[in-house]
Design a protein around this ligand. Structure first.
Ligand SMILES: Nc1ncnc2c1ncn2[C@@H]1O[C@H](COP(=O)(O)OP(=O)(O)OP(=O)(O)O)[C@@H](O)[C@H]1O
Ligand SMILES: [Mg+2]
Length: 509
């Protein structure tokens, strides 16, 4: 007889949820055991976040059964869910930026000493929670001064303080570096030991093998299969989620690299500590930027794009020196930047897919004081197809798209500009494996057409698989540089890059 050792925390049968024009969940089954890490896997728009929102009471379901710790749930508000022990760590942060860490943790439930807030107790309790996971952090730091990684850890600490029994983590590692991912995984392991169940969403398959016990695959709002992690493999998962086999992970390209198109000499910035960064970029080339989170890669690009002020340094485009004081200058000189923080800077959430994509082309589409709608629609349609953006139509508001599809709109929006130099900051963050491949194909197509790309990525395999050359940064400086012949066929490459990325002394490059 099979031993019934698995207590069920949560069970969902035949859950349906529709939005106008979209069946987000179509008879989905899901079961979560006590103390397990259960991953949800599926392409962008498959319904993963929607399922979590229903579990946490942030969205009502249309039909289906939901049992929580054996109790049948008919309606559930976010507060009720929280009181029942469900905590959600959202894709977008829910912290108050100008409050300190401990103030965020105890917001609305301050510890009191008589009539006064017991600051001391809250600070020591905060320290305690972090120490449990071996993290030393000053509870009096303001959240807005933290890196994304630490914001994420604060979110989780908050859930722990709330005595969560079920923790939903929606792409928690997206903003984290390798080391920070390890801290997070340690946290998850200790939570498991205490019997906390974790629902874990991530597009990084390697992570699922490291952290999850079971994996439920979804596709187009439907339940596909639940597997024990140690009985499956990458190929099977990809096939289940995409519905077909994916052969190569990184598409090959055969592009002749041309002459220098961009040269940066001795760039240093005012606000952030970028020191003496120099590099060149050639026509037809993909130049990768590696480094840990906070190494300064994004800051270099912001300075190049005229967002951040330079302290010193020169920029040459096709051999002649240019002044870039603001993004408009950069765009005029043929540079585009697809930012990392696409929610903040990349897309207009309250505009439609069409409006977002055609925005920068409106001038060209203008004819006799009106927009050539037909041309506009063709243009938008082309990009929706090229990036396989999942949307019921081009008039859908971007805020109603799934996280990954919002990213794709942001990328499309900048590609439309047709610049010669395109900077992509974490272009595949939050994007599913199938769509990643499409983005790589698109990158290859762009360099084939003579453009030059800079790609910042925290995913080492992707950097190695796609870059012609790789620059490595650490603490605002370049600490390493890898040429094409050092990248291809080098089995130790990942280790080499990591070493360069964690080197405190800047090497001669
Ligand atoms: N508020 C909303 N209004 C309309 N449609 C929505 C809304 N929220 C989600 N959808 C749609 O429901 C479907 C499922 O979205 P969901 O966010 O659950 O996907 P996901 O699996 O989390 O994808 P991703 O990996 O991109 O985050 C998508 O087609 C999405 O466009
Ligand atoms: Mg999502």
């Amino acid at each position: 007889m099979e031993k019934l050792n698995q207590e069920i925390s949560l069970k969902m049968n035949q859950i349906c949820k529709a939005y106008p024009g979209v069946k987000a969940l179509d008879h989905v089954d899901f079961e979560l055991r006590k103390g397990e890490v259960h991953a949800l896997l599926g392409e962008n728009g498959a319904g993963k976040s929607t399922l979590c929102k229903i579990i946490a009471g942030a969205q009502p379901m249309d039909s289906g059964e939901y049992y929580l710790f054996g109790e049948k749930i008919t309606s559930l508000s976010p507060l009720e869910a929280k009181n029942k022990g469900i905590s959600m760590v959202y894709q977008e942060f829910n912290l108050v930026p100008y409050l300190k860490i401990y103030e965020n943790l105890f917001l609305g439930k301050e510890l009191m000493h008589g009539p006064n807030r017991d600051k001391k107790a809250m600070i020591s309790k905060t320290k305690e929670v972090f120490q449990k996971f071996g993290i030393d952090i000053d509870p009096e730091l303001r959240v807005c001064d933290l890196t994304n990684a630490y914001k994420q850890l604060v979110e989780i600490a908050k859930a722990i303080l709330e005595n969560a029994k079920v923790l939903c983590m929606d792409e928690p590692t997206a903003p984290l570096s390798t080391r920070e991912v390890n801290i997070l995984f340690d946290m998850i392991h200790s939570l498991k030991k205490e019997g906390v169940s974790v629902i874990y969403i991530s597009h990084r398959l390697e992570e699922l093998f490291e952290i999850s016990d079971r994996i439920t695959v979804m596709r187009d709002g439907q339940y596909i299969k639940t597997l024990n992690t140690n009985e499956t493999n990458r190929d099977e998962l990809v096939k289940l989620m995409v519905g077909r086999e994916l052969s190569d992970e990184y598409p090959k390209r055969n592009v002749e690299i041309g002459g220098e198109i961009l040269r940066i000499e001795h760039l240093s910035t005012e606000a952030t500590d970028i020191e003496d960064v120099s590099f060149t970029l050639r026509k037809g080339e993909i130049l990768g930027f590696a480094g840990l989170v906070g190494a300064g890669r994004t800051e270099v690009m912001r300075a190049l794009f005229g967002i951040d002020k330079k302290r010193s340094g020169d920029i040459y485009i096709k051999g002649s020196k240019v002044e870039i004081r603001n993004p408009a200058d950069a765009i005029r000189h043929g540079i585009s930047l697809v930012p990392e923080d696409r929610k903040g800077q990349g897309v207009s959430l309250t505009l439609s897919v069409r409006e977002n994509i055609s925005l920068v082309k409106l001038k060209e589409l203008e004819k006799y004081f009106s927009i050539e709608r037909k041309k506009e629609k063709e243009l938008v349609k082309d990009y929706i197809e090229a990036l396989s953006i999942k949307t019921p139509g081009m008039e859908q508001l971007v805020k109603n798209l799934s996280g990954g599809n919002q990213q794709k709109v942001a990328i499309a929006k900048w590609l439309v500009m047709d610049s010669d130099i395109i900077i992509l900051d974490e272009p595949t963050r939050g994007i599913d494996v199938g769509a990643k491949y499409e983005i790589y194909m698109l990158m290859n197509e762009l360099v084939k057409r003579g453009k030059a790309l800079i790609m910042i990525s925290s995913e080492m395999p992707e950097l190695i698989g796609m870059s012609d050359r790789i620059m490595v940064m650490h603490q605002g400086r370049l600490t390493g540089k890898l040429e094409a012949d050092e990248i291809t066929g080098n089995k130790e490459i990942q280790k080499t890059v990591l070493e360069m990325a964690s080197n405190d002394k800047a090497k001669e490059v």
